[in-house]
Write a protein of this length. Structure first.
Length: 125
């Protein structure tokens, strides 16, 4: 009987995480998105997460770049269990790729989270 009490939260966690992933993957498209003639339609700028580079210890890319924004990944999952460094690294790559970034710079660590600045390389004309 005790095993059921232990497995129930794990099962509920899997069910809830699968539901949240399904919502994140379905894009929200509104009917008024392409009706404005002055702005072009939205482009998807997702990139391959495996191509995202990390620059640590104050190093920055040698080529020109544009800052897209900051990303923060918690060191703990929603249950409060500490994540492994590899899973934090993968989460940062996925966030940066979804923003259209090519690299993450200025990575800082706190007790509870890891924060980095997402940049994309400028296209030389």
């Amino acid at each position: 009987m005790r095993i059921i009490y232990l497995l129930l939260p794990v099962f509920l966690g899997f069910v809830l995480s699968n539901c949240s992933e399904m919502k994140a993957e379905t894009p929200q498209v509104t009917a008024t998105q392409n009706t404005n003639k002055t702005t072009p339609p939205l482009k998807k700028c997702h990139k391959n997460p495996m191509t995202v580079s990390f620059y640590t210890n104050g190093n920055n890319p040698k080529q020109p770049y544009v800052v897209l924004g900051k990303e923060t990944v918690s060191k703990y999952n929603f249950v409060g269990i500490k994540r492994q460094q590899a899973s934090i690294h993968d989460a940062m790559r996925n966030l940066a790729a979804n923003m259209g970034g090519d690299a993450v710079i200025n990575i800082t660590h706190t007790d509870k989270s890891v924060t980095g600045t997402v940049v994309t390389y400028k296209q030389l004309a």
